[in-house]
Design a binder for this molecule. Sequence first.
Ligand code: IPM
Ligand code: MG
Length: 383
Amino acid sequence: MPRYKIAWMPGDGIGKDVMDSARLVLDAMKFDAEYVPCDIGWEFWCKEGNALPDRTVKVLEGTTCALFGAITSKPQDDAKKELAPELKDKKLVYFSPIVKLRQLFNLHTNMRPCKSYPGNPLNYRGTQLANPSGTELMIDQVVFRENTEGMYGGVEFYPLPESVYEALCANPKMKPWKQKGLENVALSTRIVSKQGCTNICKQAFDFAAKVGRKRVTLVEKPNVLRETGGLMTRIFREVAKNYPAIRADEANIDAICMWMFKNPQDYDVIVAENMFGDIVSDLCAGLVGGLGFAPSANIGDKYAVFEPTHGSAPKYAGQYKVNPMAMLLTARMMFDWLGETDRSQRLESAIARVIKEGKVRTYDMGGKSSTMDVAKEVAKYAG
Ligand code: IPM
Ligand code: MG
């Protein structure tokens, strides 16, 4: 019997392209796994009205962990238009299946490393004043994004039920919306918990302590989001006290979007609430070559789903054109989680070597190679 049972979820768009590349490399590395294909994604929303069918959740429960490609997520109205005709009047609500998976399996921690590999023509070079020689800047950051709460918790209303509206009106700040009338108001909530904030801060500091990182930065906005941002900030400061050797500092989400651009090397480990983590992780990815180089791991206490940070890029679907590096780096994060340290190192070295040699590159890196050409080249060194 194979050692691991891996749920295989290509999803849609370029999800299949990049998952095929991962499979080629995993097989070349003789990874001892059985892969269980699972239905998830846009196709199942359109056909069944559920992008994450119950049968998939059942299958996942019996696996070691999951690999995930990408999924198309559209706003509510657009999603409804694409439903099969017989499902159209069933009041079905589209909710991103990856967000749902994170919540269902309590995958509380989203770890998103952004590291530059030497020789990547897309590496950030800073501004001319800050870096007159124009050499590539070596970035090595890890974002810890709270993955189940906050702005993406899914507690939203439109129209608002009376009871919710009335409860909100207890707050004097509701005055402007009271005047606008119920039917003109939509509500998305940002609910955070002490447990959620404590956990994500601890994960970030524990990681920093374990791998010898020197600095953890909280990304928040407590000057405006006084309650949720305030709670997260207080907890961050409290948790930080247990790690006196690590520098703990704070940045506002808006400010970091500027500072990250100016002084990216000032940042090391970053911790943030769900939406701010989503934003800042794309920003960090931009510094290391874009989403084509950004892996991620959704980690819970006993289960994990590994996915590249990028989306499904439907216009490239099936063309085997996109960069598989984010997916391959994601497979590497899976190796780490499984304790497959040797495979993890081999895979990362192979990726670094292919990037450095620069012979096999996808279009985003200025090359003409296909997704699978890159995978084959990585497999050649990793296998
Ligand atoms: C990500 C993506 C998802 C998110 C979307 C597709 C729901 O942007 O993983 O960063 O916001 O979490
Ligand atoms: Mg995102």
